[in-house]
Unconditional design. Sequence first.
Length: 426
Amino acid sequence: MKGSFLPFLLFANICYAQQITGIKFEKNLSWTEIRQKAKKEHKSIFLDAYTTWCAPCRYMAVTIFSQNKVGNFFNKNFINVAVQMDSTGKDNEDIKRWYKDAKMIADTYKVDVYPTYLFFNQDGILVHTITGASDKANDFIEKAKDALDPKTQYSKLKEDFFEKDKRDSAFLLLLINSATTAGDDSALHTYINSYIASQKSLLTARNIELIARGTSKSSDKGFDVLLNYPKEVEAVIGKEKRIRILNTIAFDEEIFPVIMINGKKTVYGGGLSIYGGGTMNKHVDWPAIKRKIDLKYHNLSNQIIFQGKLKYYDWLEDWENFNALLLRYTSECNNIDTNLIDNMAGKLMQDCKDKKYFNDATKWSEVLGKNEKHPYYLQTYGRLLYKAGKKNAAIKYIKKYASLIKTSNESTNDLIERMKEGEEIE
């Protein structure tokens, strides 16, 4: 992996540095000079905020930005600048000169997802944002066109919503789409709930999709729909997604405040959330929590409690109860979630330092070894067996995995050899 990644990374940097077709990015100018040039030429600014480790950033640089039609559009309408937002030991002097401005841009405009594309007017004021890569050049051009029209610029749409109290359905749908493109997840919740409040029928396919995207609290307009209309909701978004949303809400409101004192949930762009900052409560009254959840979530209560306890024992690194909970789950459940088991096995191998718990884990993870439709489960099970001291059985499952994927894999062959030698594995 490391051997193949470096040449591609260097290739991506070359594309930024020497691109002669497509978008022409300014070189050797500071952020101040970029803004001065934009004002002088009466042009907007397109800023590509990328990192060296971001694969979608490289895809855009190599595949999209290099196309003539993309260059024609951006070179005509914008002063273009590509800014590396991380730092590496291979950075040249031009990139190093941007370190301070790159940090300022990241902090000021809350850039925490990559790639992020920022659009500024000729006065250097941010008017539009796009996050994420586009598969096709035409799609990216169409998204960028919104940055040139005040009627579709995200900054103007936000102003109309918050300052002018604009709330008609057509406007709100436009705002929702723009916020989605911008990756403004926190505001998206507000916009969707405003739209849902304006609707007479909440059970249309479009409204259910929006409810699924915008419901993160039990006080949200769409919560009742998700909870009490399972048939209609699952027909649109599926059972797994519906239950995942409700589980998250229940955990955030009923379980997290109890198991972590003064804890905080931080929501980042792209759906990433991190819990932390508090002190773990080692004396949780689980029956009391369950009584509250029973009243609100009814038949979903047991699953919510199970997921909550898993997180609790994981965060507390209480691997004895972690194993016991999963063993009870696999023994009693008629429809075992093998993806959950695979994730929990991986988490145990990553976080647990005491080998005595791996043997018990091989009991609740047996389902992975029986699932040949998903060969990677066999690999997980083999690794867990090895960590439990069952070398011969482990090698058998890794070999079975290798035979099922039917491709030559140097890392798999190396893993088998390391197991035979009794070496440590990750």
